[in-house]
Write a protein that binds this ligand. Structure first.
Ligand code: KIV
Ligand code: ZN
Length: 522
C-alpha cells in the first residue's frame, strides 16, 4: 500500500447494496445522477452495480464508469468467471477500475448455501482473484459473512486472497451480528496473524441489523482497517448498511479518538447528497436519523431550548451548516426562468447533462401555474417522473376525469391512456373514485393485479403539499411497486398504478429477451 496510511477510503455502495434493497429499482439515468453526486461528495470508490445481473445493469455500470471524474468505479461479481468478465466488459478502457469479487466463508453459508468444503472456497478465491487481476490491478475480495466465519478460516482466506493479488480485502459483517468489541477483535487478529496483511488495504462492510454498523466500522478503523463500505442514509439490505454520514462525521468530530485518520468526503455536501438519495430512491429519511434527519438539529423540550438559546453547544455537538443544511430562500414561480431552475437543480445535486432542462422547465411552468409557488420537493418530483419517462414507458396517462361525492352519486371515472403508440379510453365505476380509476386502468392495461397496499402521504406541508401515492401490487405472484405524485390525489393514485403497470411491462420485456437469448444459446 503506497499511499497515506491515515486516509480511510470511503467505498460507497448505495448504487449496489443500497439499490438492491429498494422496492423499485432505479433507472439508469437515476443511477448516473446519483453517481455524479457521490463523486462530487468525495467518496473514493463507487460500487456502481452488479453487471452480470442484467444487460441494463452492465450498461449502467459502463456509463457511470465513463462519467466519474474522481472516484474509482467498481463492479461486483461472484467468484464466477463470467461475472468477472461482465465487470471487465462494463469498465475496460478506463485508466483505473475495480473488480470486486466475493464468496461466502462462514460455515453456514459454505455448507448450507454453497454445498462446498472450505478447501473449495479457498480454491475459488485463489483462482478468481488471479483471474480478475488479469484484467485490472485493482481487485477487491470479500469474505461474505466474515463476521460469523471461524477465525482460523478467515485468516487463511485473507492470506490466500492477498497472495493471489487482491489489493483490498473486505471483511463484511453481512448479517449485522457482531458487537463492536468482537468485530474489532476480528480485525486485530487478522493484523496479528495474517503474514502478508500489509500488502493489501483492509476494508469493512457492516450491516445494521443490531444497530452496530457505525460502531463496528469505527472500531475496525481503530484496529487498522482503512476502507469503510457505506450507503448514503444507511440504505441497504434489511436494516441497511453502515451510513456514510455517520462514519464520516464521527471521524471528523471525534478525531482525537481516531488517531489522525481522515476521509476525503466534503462534509458540507452531505445534506444535499442525503436529500437527493432520499428523493431519487423514494426512501424518506426518518426524522430522527443521525446527522441527516429533519429533527437531527431540532430542539423540542423547554430545558433544551433554554440551553441552546444560552449556548448552542449545550445540546448541539455539530452545526447543521457543517453538513450543509441551509435555509432555502429561492422562490420559484411561473415567472422564474430556466436559469433559476437549473441553479436549484444544481443545488439539489443534479448535474447538468443528466437531465433534459427543456422538458423539466415545461413541466415546471405547468406546475407553477397550478400551484402558484413551486418548492424544492416539487422539482424533485418532476425529476422523478421525467426519469420515468426516459424509460419510454408503455403506459402513460393522457386524460382523467372523475365524478364522485354526494349520497346518490356512484363514483365514476373515465381514463385515457397512451399504450405504446395507441390511445384508448375506458369508463367505469367503483366503490370510490380511486377504485373507479383503478378499474379503468386495469381494463386498459389488461393486467390482472391484486392491490396489496395503498399509501397516501403529503409531500411538503400545508396547502402547498402535493399528494404522493405508493402502491404495492401483486401480479403473477410477484410484488411490483408504483409511485405517483400530483397536486390532485386522484391523479397521483392513477399515476401510481400506471407506474406499477409499467414496471410489470418492463419485467415482461426483460423476461422475453432473456428467453430469446437462452433459445439462441441452445
Ligand atoms: O453484505 C455483504 O456481505 C455484501 C458483499 C457482497 C460484500 O454485500
Ligand atoms: Zn452487504
Amino acid at each position: 500500500m503506497a499511499d497515506d496510511k491515515n486516509h480511510v477510503y470511503i467505498f460507497d455502495t448505495t448504487l449496489r447494496d443500497g439499490e438492491q434493497a429498494l422496492m423499485r429499482s432505479l433507472t439508469p439515468v437515476q443511477k448516473l445522477q446519483l453517481a455524479m453526486m457521490l463523486d462530487e461528495l468525495g467518496v473514493d470508490v463507487i460500487e456502481a452495480g452488479f453487471p452480470i445481473s442484467s444487460p441494463g445493469d452492465l450498461k449502467s455500470v459502463h456509463d457511470i464508469g465513463h462519467a466519474l471524474k474522481h472516484a474509482v468505479c467498481c463492479g461486483l461479481s461472484r467468484t464466477v468467471e463470467k461475472d468477472i468478465d461482465a465487470v471487465h466488459e462494463a469498465l475496460h478502457g478506463l485508466d483505473h477500475y475495480r473488480i470486486h469479487t466475493f464468496v461466502a466463508t462462514s460455515d453456514i453459508h459454505v455448507k448450507d448455501k454453497l454445498h462446498r468444503s472450505f478447501d473449495d472456497i479457498i480454491a475459488m478465491c485463489d483462482h478468481h482473484v488471479r483471474y480478475a487481476r488479469n484484467y485490472t490491478d485493482d481487485v477487491e475480495f470479500s469474505c461474505e459473512d466474515a463476521g460469523r466465519t471461524p477465525i482460523d478460516h478467515l485468516c487463511r482466506i485473507v492470506e490466500t486472497a492477498i497472495n493471489a493479488g487482491a489489493t483490498t480485502v473486505n471483511i463484511p459483517d453481512t448479517v449485522g451480528y457482531t458487537l463492536p468489541y468482537e468485530f474489532g477483535g476480528i480485525i486485530r487478529t487478522l493484523f496479528n496473524r495474517v503474514p502478508n496483511i500489509d500488502k493489501a488495504r483492509i476494508s469493512v462492510h457492516c450491516h445494521n441489523d443490531l444497530g452496530m454498523a457505525t460502531a463496528n466500522s469505527l472500531t475496525a478503523v481503530q484496529e487498522g482497517a482503512r476502507q469503510i463500505e457505506v450507503c448514503m442514509n444507511g440504505l441497504g439490505e434489511r436494516a441497511g448498511n453502515c451510513s456514510l454520514e455517520e462514519v464520516v462525521m464521527s471521524m471528523k468530530l471525534r478525531a482525537p479518538y481516531m488517531h489522525g485518520v481522515y476521509t476525503n468526503v466534503v462534509a458540507e455536501n452531505i445534506a444535499r447528497a442525503s436529500q437527493m438519495v432520499a428523493s431519487v430512491c423514494n426512501e424518506p429519511v426518518p426524522s430522527h436519523k443521525a446527522i441527516v434527519g429533519s429533527n437531527a438539529f431540532a430542539h423540542s423540550s423547554g430545558i433544551h431550548q433554554d440551553g441552546v438559546l444560552k449556548n448552542k453547544q449545550t445540546y448541539e455537538i455539530l452545526t447543521p451548516e457543517s453538513v450543509g443544511f441551509k435555509e432555502n430562500n429561492m422562490h420559484m414561480t411561473a415567472r422564474s426562468g430556466r436559469h433559476m431552475i437549473k441553479a436549484v437543480l444544481e443545488k439539489l445535486g443534479y448535474k447538468e447533462g443528466t437531465y433534459n432542462l427543456d422538458d423539466i422547465y415545461q413541466r415546471f411552468l405547468k406546475l407553477a401555474d397550478r400551484k402558484g409557488q413551486v418548492f424544492d420537493y416539487d422539482l424533485e418530483a418532476l425529476m422523478y417522473f421525467s426519469q420515468d419517462e426516459d424509460e419510454e414507458n408503455q403506459f402513460k396517462l393522457d386524460n382523467l376525469s372523475v365524478m364522485s361525492g354526494g349520497k346518490n352519486i356512484i363514483p365514476t371515472a373515465s381514463v385515457r391512456l397512451r399504450i405504446g403508440k395507441r390511445t384508448r379510453t375506458e369508463s367505469g365505476t367503483g366503490n370510490g373514485p380511486v377504485d373507479a380509476v383503478f378499474n379503468c386502468i386495469s381494463r386498459l392495461t389488461g393486467l390482472k393485479l391484486k392491490l396489496e397496499s395503498f399509501q397516501i402521504n403529503a409531500k411538503g406541508s400545508g396547502m402547498n403539499a402535493q399528494g404522493q401515492v405508493n402502491v404495492d401490487v401483486i401480479y403473477e405472484g410477484r410484488h411490483y411497486y408504483g409511485v405517483g405524485i400530483s397536486t390532485d390525489v386522484i391523479e397521483a393514485s392513477a399515476l401510481s398504478l400506471i407506474s406499477a403497470s409499467n414496471s410489470i411491462y418492463r419485467a415482461q420485456v426483460i423476461e422475453q429477451e432473456k428467453e430469446q437469448e437462452e433459445n439462441k444459446e441452445k
